[in-house]
Design a protein around this ligand. Structure first.
Ligand SMILES: Cc1cc2nc3c(=O)[nH]c(=O)nc-3n(C[C@H](O)[C@H](O)[C@H](O)COP(=O)(O)OP(=O)(O)OC[C@H]3O[C@@H](n4cnc5c(N)ncnc54)[C@H](O)[C@@H]3O)c2cc1C
Length: 261
C-alpha cells in the first residue's frame, strides 16, 4: 500500500498579514511550521506504516524553504518526500494548487490513500483536499477523526457539529483529517540525522507534465479583489434592573443617542 500525505508550510500564526498592494501573504519575519492539521495527517500515515509496513510519501508545493517541512517529515520516519517547486506555481489559487498536486500524484507510484489536513491555517479554505480528489476522480471523505484500513477499504469516523458518522470507502481514496485523530510523534535523533543528509526530490511544472495555462496566477480563476480585517466589535451594554417598561425606555433612549433609531 502507498500512502501520500500532502502538507503545507504555513506561518506560525493565525494572524496572517497581507500585503495590501499585491494581496499576497507577508511571510517575512514569521517562523514557518507544518500546518497543524497536516501534522495529524502525517501521524495517521506513520501509524499505518507501523501497522502494515506501507510506503509513505510526503508532498508539498511551495518555495525552496518548504524543504524544511519535508526534512521534518523525513525525521519522523516517512519513506520519501517530494517538493513541487517552480516559479510557474507562484500565485496559484486553490484550483491551480489542486491541479498541480493532482498532477504530481499522477506522476508518483500509484497512491492507494491520499491524506490531507482539514484545512490550512493561513489560507483556511479547506478546498485543496476535495479539489485534488475531484481532479483525480477519487472519492473523498472530509473531517475524519478516526481511520482504519481493512483490506482494500478505509473505515472512518466523520465528525459533525453534533455527532459523527461511520463510513467506509474503497481505496484509492482521499481523506482530510482533524486534530482529534492523534497526537503527532516527535522525531528521533536517528531520524534527524537521516533527514539532515537526505536529498530532497524537487519537481518542476514540466516534470509533472503540468499544463502551463493551468498553474500559477495565469491558471487561477479566483481573483483577490480586496483583503481587509473586519472592524473590531464594540463592547455591548447591559440594561439591568427595573420594570420592563423602564428598561425598554432606557434602551430606546440609548439607541436614539447612538442615532440607530
Ligand atoms: C488569486 C490567488 C492568488 C494567490 N496567490 C498566492 C501567493 O502568491 N502566495 C501564497 O502563498 N498564496 C497565494 N494564494 C493562496 C493559495 O492559493 C492557497 O494558500 C493554496 O491554494 C492553498 O489553499 P488553502 O491555504 O486555503 O489550503 P486548504 O485548502 O485549507 O488546505 C487543505 C489541505 O490541503 C493541503 N495543502 C494545501 N496547500 C498545499 C500545498 N501548497 N502543498 C501541499 N499540500 C497542500 C494540506 O493538507 C492542507 O491541510 C493565492 C490565492 C488566490 C485565490
Amino acid at each position: 500500500m502507498h500512502v501520500v500525505v500532502c502538507i503545507k508550510q504555513v506561518p506560525n500564526t493565525t494572524e496572517v498579514k497581507i500585503n495590501p498592494e499585491t494581496n499576497t501573504l507577508i511571510r517575512d519575519g514569521v517562523e514557518s511550521i507544518i500546518n497543524p492539521f497536516d501534522e495529524n495527517a502525517l501521524e495517521a500515515a506513520l501509524v499505518l506504516k507501523d501497522k502494515t509496513g506501507c510506503k509513505v510519501t510526503v508532498l508539498t508545493m511551495g518555495p525552496p524553504q518548504a524543504e524544511a517541512a519535508l526534512r521534518e517529515a523525513l525525521s519522523r520516519g516517512v519513506d520519501d518526500v517530494v517538493l513541487l517547486c517552480d516559479r510557474a506555481f507562484a500565485g496559484s489559487d486553490t484550483w491551480a494548487t489542486s491541479y498541480a498536486i493532482a498532477q504530481a500524484i499522477r506522476n508518483l507510484e500509484k497512491a492507494d490513500l491520499i491524506l490531507f489536513g482539514k484545512q490550512a491555517i493561513d489560507g483556511d479554505t479547506a478546498q485543496v483536499g476535495p479539489g485534488v480528489a475531484e481532479m483525480l476522480d477519487l472519492p473523498v471523505i472530509t473531517y475524519v477523526r478516526k481511520l482504519e484500513v481493512e483490506g482494500d477499504k478505509v473505515k472512518v469516523e466523520r465528525v459533525f457539529e453534533d455527532g459523527y458518522e461511520r463510513m467506509e470507502v474503497p481505496m484509492p481514496a482521499v481523506i482530510t483529517v482533524l486534530k482529534e485523530m492523534n497526537v503527532p510523534r516527535m522525531a528521533s535523533l536517528k531520524g534527524r540525522m537521516r533527514a539532515k543528509k537526505a536529498e530532497i526530490k524537487m519537481l518542476t511544472a514540466a516534470a509533472i507534465n503540468a499544463d502551463p495555462e493551468k498553474v500559477g496566477l495565469k491558471g487561477s480563476p479566483t481573483r483577490v479583489v480586496k483583503i481587509f480585517s473586519p472592524p473590531a466589535k464594540m463592547g455591548g451594554m447591559k440594561i439591568e434592573g427595573g420594570e420592563p417598561q423602564e428598561m425598554a425606555d432606557v434602551l430606546v433612549s440609548k439607541l436614539r443617542e447612538r442615532k440607530i433609531i
